[in-house]
Design a binder for this molecule. Structure first.
Ligand code: MRU
Length: 347
């Protein structure tokens, strides 16, 4: 099955699917500078935790490629760190972003004997490696996740944790894609995901493009779908998972997890190891991005509330670990007690 290429390195630039235009238009945008990458991440042209990690890695290369090859190691390092801090500041919640950027910085700093030109090439190769690893991790998540959902007729998902949120396959949707490849049909109920409608605009778009049955629902319909027995499991991605399993994901995920618990439906989180933040004991210290009021008052150019109404617009929430049935990573399926199983698998 031909998949959409969320990010590619081509023609000496990073080419991304501009997700702000979906589903109206499937258009690509060539990113040639770190400023353009910062803007693309901040405005959600490229979005989803693993995808913004990969994007930031390419962004860092784009930021330092203009440093002359004749520049000293000290000058290169100063610019590398400046660009790294700048890119990391684009979005605060998904840990994949600082994870990828720090990995790039560490690599450059460890290449003591390399000249500036050589370090630049090493960094481009590392960004490509991060992208390739993401593809492999998502595929493995799909295989492990398939074992959990293979008997499900339908699953519910929130936001977009599909191929367009990663290099390929996605995380939450990876088992659905793997099932499709094996000839097993799993129907997906997609929450529309207010306010930016990633479920409506992106999840339903990519599943339809792949020929997978999808039904779109408004966020406030999830309880009804569960009460009527229309879904057998919930699958969601993650932006940051603390060492006790508390999971930050798109705003509304916590509510879906509570609903799943109330209806006795398994709630699965699927994420690569790059989404874990083992420096955090629990989810209380996960930084939660707050986005502009206009996304709620005037989403997609239509005024839906008085222009000056006070607004609270957190982009993510934290699902406490007791609500999570299992966490699927490329290392396998982790079950409670998460403090132990996470440390054992990834520590
Ligand atoms: O604001 P977004 O669209 O970047 O939020 C994305 C999500 O919350 C995803 O569920 C999460 O990043 C996991 S993507 C595999």
């Amino acid at each position: 099955m031909a998949r959409l290429k969320t990010i590619q390195w081509t023609n000496d630039c990073a080419r991304i699917v501009d997700q702000t235009l979906l589903p109206r238009e499937l258009a690509y945008k060539d990113i040639r500078t770190s400023e353009e990458m910062y803007e693309a991440i901040k405005s959600l042209r490229v979005r989803g935790a693993p995808a913004i990690g990969v994007a930031a890695a390419f962004g860092l290369y784009l930021g330092i490629r203009t440093v002359p090859n004749t520049a000293s190691a000290a000058i290169f390092e100063t610019e590398l760190r400046r660009q790294a801090d700048y890119l990391v500041s684009s979005r605060p919640t998904a840990v994949n972003l600082p994870w990828a950027v720090r990995r790039m910085v560490r690599l450059a700093e460890s290449a003591n004997d390399a000249g500036t030109g050589e370090k630049k090439m090493l960094l481009l190769a590392e960004a490509q490696k991060i992208m390739e690893e993401d593809r492999r991790m998502c595929r493995a998540i799909g295989e492990f996740g398939f074992e959990l959902v293979k008997d499900c007729k339908a699953v519910l998902t929130h936001c977009n944790a599909g191929g367009l949120a990663t290099t390929e396959y996605g995380t939450a949707l990876a088992p659905v894609y793997v099932a499709h490849e094996k000839g097993t049909v799993i129907h997906v109920y997609a929450d529309e995901t207010r306010p930016l409608l990633q479920g409506a605009r992106i999840t339903s778009f990519e599943l339809m493009a792949a020929g997978i049955p999808v039904t779109l629902i408004c966020d406030n319909m999830a309880a009804t779908v569960m009460a009527r027995g229309m879904v057998d499991a919930v699958v969601v991605g993650a932006d940051r998972i603390a060492s006790n399993g508390d999971t930050a994901n798109k705003i509304g995920t916590y509510g879906v997890a509570l609903l799943a618990k109330a209806h006795g439906i398994p709630f699965y989180v699927l994420a690569p190891s790059s989404t874990f933040d083992l420096s955090l004991a629990n989810g209380r210290s996960i930084p939660i991005e707050e986005r502009p009021a206009r996304e709620i008052i005037c989403g997609f150019g239509t005024e839906t509330a008085p222009a000056n109404v006070p607004v609270f617009n957190p982009a993510f929430d934290v699902t406490p670990h007791p609500l999570i049935t299992a966490i699927v990573t490329e290392a396998g399926v982790l079950r409670p007690p998460y403090s132990e199983t996470i440390a054992k698998a990834l520590g």
